[in-house]
Write a protein that binds this ligand. Structure first.
Ligand code: SF4
Ligand code: SF4
Length: 166
């Protein structure tokens, strides 16, 4: 890595910087305010935004792309409110996920979530229980959630099958 923190030279840092959202990677001065601000870091010891950015700057491409950690950012942007260098941290992790996804490194948990959504129309499998159906009925709401299937169909067409449905 370059001794100038504003001018990282790892090829992975440059690759991330070229990815939409990753442009700020070279602004990071490794102060650690993001890690101290992050709610996810409070609950998950392995998740430290500063450390992840450091690994990118150091060119740890394989390790970062194969890790589930960049997928844990919940895009709350609390860290970005506090970063004195104006780094869009969540966007950087978004850029990393884009690269990872292109290369097939999507954590199984997320793959399962997508598959469940596509098969079932819900993030939680079998979430549409008899109880919910009864509640909807009591409230006079339509118990047939066919709209949900229609939504899934449109997402598939638009994002997975190259269609133009909007
Ligand atoms: S707060 Fe900003 S400058 Fe500091 S480590 Fe995090 S991203 Fe880098
Ligand atoms: S945007 Fe991501 S990295 Fe920043 S505080 Fe929120 S969860 Fe943590």
């Amino acid at each position: 890595m370059s001794s100038d923190p504003h001018n990282p030279t790892s090829s992975f840092a440059q690759e991330v910087a070229r990815e939409p959202g990753g442009e700020d990677i070279n602004k990071c001065v490794q102060c650690g305010i993001c890690s101290a601000s992050c709610l996810v870091a409070t609950y998950e010891r392995r998740y430290r935004p500063r450390q992840l950015i450091q690994k990118i700057l150091l060119g740890e491409r394989e390790e970062v792309l194969r890790s589930e950690l960049p997928w844990l950012c919940m895009t709350c942007r609390l860290c970005e409110e506090r970063c004195q260098e104006g780094v869009s941290i969540s966007e950087i992790f978004h850029a990393v996920r884009q690269i990872a996804a292109r290369e097939g490194f999507i954590p199984n948990t997320f793959k399962r979530t997508i598959n469940t959504l596509m098969e079932d129309g819900w993030l939680l499998k079998d979430a549409y229980s008899d109880m919910i159906e009864d509640d909807r009925d009591d409230l006079g709401l339509d118990t047939d959630l066919g709209w949900n299937n229609e939504f899934v169909k449109r997402v598939k067409e638009r994002y997975l099958e190259g269609g133009t449905s909007s």
